[in-house]
Design a protein. Structure first.
Length: 213
């Protein structure tokens, strides 16, 4: 169960480095493959008896859209649907991380998004990430990212504190608001956004974050 704690208090980080200078950007999905996957999910959302058809429907914070949500084994799936056509625009899944211990697993998820080319750049994934953060879910970036995913994280980092972390020995180690190039290149180095209500002290007390060591 997510904790309701005081406001998050990491120092705010101003991000001014070039877009491709940080972490590992080497994921780029072919448009045809992406469209095929989204079409298959769209059919499932419309098919009575399918698990996706039973998803809860929520209003989205963007005009003309709504969310379909389901939770399975602690992972959240948020499907963004065009309210006019009823077609699936894309989705974000908040995955559990096998690299972390049980205490961190209660509060941390790693988001991964896929949106149709026609809907990219419209703030859909950003709205879904904000949905998770507002619920107190802490987010950790993936080991590898697409250019769009990296740009999204940088955008979120300009709105609220963003830290780098090192995931090793089943723990999330806080590296602070900036790291050198050598550290950024490591697969264990990720970006971290704290969910609403968390403070640096509370994250450590709950066993979510640990000192860099």
């Amino acid at each position: 169960m997510l904790l309701a704690l005081p406001a998050f208090s990491f120092p705010i980080l101003a991000l001014r480095r070039p877009l491709r200078s940080e972490l590992r950007i080497d994921v780029d999905l072919p448009p045809a493959s992406l469209e095929a996957e989204l079409a298959a999910l769209d059919r499932r959302l419309r098919t009575p008896g399918d698990a996706l058809h039973a998803c809860a429907t929520w209003p989205a914070p963007l005009p003309g859209l709504y969310f379909r949500h389901r939770e399975a084994d602690g992972e959240h799936f948020v499907y963004v649907v065009d309210g006019t056509s009823g077609r699936l625009a894309g989705y974000t899944v908040f995955n559990r991380l096998i690299e972390i211990d049980r205490r961190s697993d209660r509060h941390v998820r790693s988001p991964h998004s896929k949106y149709a080319p026609a809907w990219q750049g419209r703030g859909l994934a950003s709205a879904v990430y904000a949905w998770a953060l507002a619920r107190g879910i802490c987010l950790v970036s993936g080991a590898r990212q697409s250019p769009a995913a990296f740009a999204l994280w940088q955008s979120l980092g300009r709105r609220q504190p963003l830290h780098y972390v090192d995931i090793r020995d089943k723990r999330i180690h806080d590296l602070g608001p900036s790291v050198d190039a050598a550290r950024r290149d490591r697969l264990t180095t990720r970006m971290f956004l704290a969910g609403a209500g968390w403070t640096a002290t509370a994250l450590r007390r709950a066993g979510v974050l640990h000192d860099a060591g």
